[in-house]
Design a protein around this ligand. Sequence first.
Ligand SMILES: [Zn+2]
Length: 161
Amino acid sequence: MAYKLAGVLMLIAIGYWHVPGEQDGLFHPRSFVSKGWLAHERDAVCKYLASGERCTEYLGYSACRFSCGITDDLMGNADLTDGVWVWPEGLSHYVSRHNVMLPEEFILHMRKCSYTVAPEARHASNDQQDFAFWVEWCRLNRKQSILSRFFLKFSDIGRRG
Ligand SMILES: [Zn+2]
């Protein structure tokens, strides 16, 4: 699924969350919580996520969006990559502790690699991130709160009437 755009390797960004006040098209991870999701291979997935190559480091640590009490240094300050996908260092925490789902395409990629990050990931640079896939996946897969579903139904009824 890795591809090049004008000769530049594009890494597919995944696992980034909405920053309050920004028009980023992203959401809070609570929109993707699914208890029991991928329970049988969750450990392998989290190990994969934790073993990506550090490709970009930031000055500050990330903080868990669920404010669960994990210290920020454990959430990390880097982006990790496998040479195809790129994700924030703290993503494994969201999957293991908060039951946050990830796209099937990413899981299939891990399975194909036997949950081992390819050695060539070391040469990937994080200069080019493509958010289009993630933004679209989030839009299609987010769970809406009961209240917002109610308002959607309500506006449907209004339109039909
Ligand atoms: Zn947490």
